[in-house]
Design a protein around this ligand. Structure first.
Ligand code: SF4
Length: 340
């Protein structure tokens, strides 16, 4: 049996064709699943009975369940979602004025082992399926009763390391017979996994990316992000330039500012020079202290001195205040296990 939620509408049309059924039934199936949220073929009366009988023999409906929910004082909500086999992932809902952004996970655990992130502490377990990725949104909307407007692939895992499943889930998120989330409202966050950036550029999907940079100095970056040992800042910039040439979207750089590690004048100067290599946006994110690591959150003075150098070097930036800090829902704090 296969999960029907791993299929795009085009895939469902192929199923229709293979059974000699008109393809508009794929559209109806899609609407039943993603608009009316029906998980039972018997309750889809406009789909031919014989076709439904066939579908029942080959497909099932996966469902993500919310195991735990925590609400931050700033309104951010963290959901722990169960996966088959006792695994779990976290998703975070960030409500802002008109926007409701969902940060989704793409892998159970992570193999990239960034030294400020708890997601990879227990190692990599497996890739999430498209049904498990989109299922996070279905579960959150069911729980809250409110529509998610934006998606950021910034939860547990490296999205570009689960490329095909990521692409299928995005096709489902964007489908105008389903969630109808525009591509401008979707952001893929990467640790700088160059083969994935190259694939995305080659695909020409018109999607935006956000790169976790955290240091423009190779020695420091490799210390905190092992991915840099293989794909250093030079290779990363080459891939980003290629991506920009193809997509013409500014790349967003994320820089987690860690006290005494990447917060010096020299670090700010190196960052200024590096980001100018490609049209960009820059987010400075003061580090979230964690019981798991020795890194320290920067003081207000440190942040001020750092951004002053960016300013004098003509680099525009935004300081992003971490959301959901009190419930460990901020950047680098998400886990992939059931016990807290
Ligand atoms: S920051 Fe992203 S890539 Fe790095 S360990 Fe955490 S989840 Fe993995």
């Amino acid at each position: 049996m296969r999960d029907i939620k791993n299929l795009t509408r085009e895939n469902l049309e192929e199923v229709c064709r293979s059974r000699g059924v008109p393809v508009f039934h794929a559209q109806q199936l899609f609407e039943w699943i993603y608009r009316k949220r029906v998980n039972d073929f018997s309750l889809m009366p406009n789909v031919p009975v014989k076709f439904r009988e066939y579908l029942k023999t080959v497909f099932y409906f996966s469902q993500m369940d919310v195991l735990k929910k925590e609400v931050s004082t700033d309104g951010t909500v963290k959901f722990l979602m169960g996966l088959p086999g006792g695994l779990a992932v976290e998703s975070v809902l960030i409500p802002e004025k008109k926007r409701r952004t969902l940060c989704v996970s793409t892998q159970a655990g992570c193999k990239f082992g960034c030294k400020f992130c708890v997601s990879g502490l227990d190692g990599f377990k497996r890739n999430l399926t498209p049904g498990e990725i989109t299922g996070q949104l279905l579960a959150v909307e069911k729980d809250t009763g409110e529509k998610v407007t934006n998606i950021v692939f910034m939860g547990v895992g490296e999205p570009l390391d689960n490329f095909e499943n990521l692409m299928v889930s995005i096709a489902i998120f964007m489908d105008n017979r389903g969630f109808e989330i525009g591509k401008r409202k979707i952001v893929i966050s990467t640790c700088g996994f160059v083969p994935g950036i190259d694939l995305l550029a080659a695909r020409g999907a018109g999607l935006r990316i956000s790169v976790s940079l955290h240091s423009a100095d190779d020695k420091k970056r490799s210390e905190i992000m092992p991915v840099n040992k293989k794909y250093d800042t030079g290779k990363l910039m080459k891939a980003l330039k290629k991506f920009y040439e193809k997509e013409k979207f500014a790349v967003t750089f994320e820089y987690v500012l860690i006290s005494g590690f990447n917060s010096s004048e020299k670090d700010a100067a190196a960052l200024s020079m590096y980001v100018k290599g490609v049209p960009h946006k820059l987010n400075i994110i003061p580090y979230n202290s964690s019981d798991y690591f020795q890194w320290k959150a920067p003081t207000g003075e440190e942040i001020g001195a750092f951004v002053e150098i960016l300013k004098t070097r003509g680099v525009f930036y935004t300081i992003r205040r971490p959301r959901g800090r009190d419930i460990s829902a901020a950047c680098g704090q998400l886990k992939a296990k059931i016990t807290s």
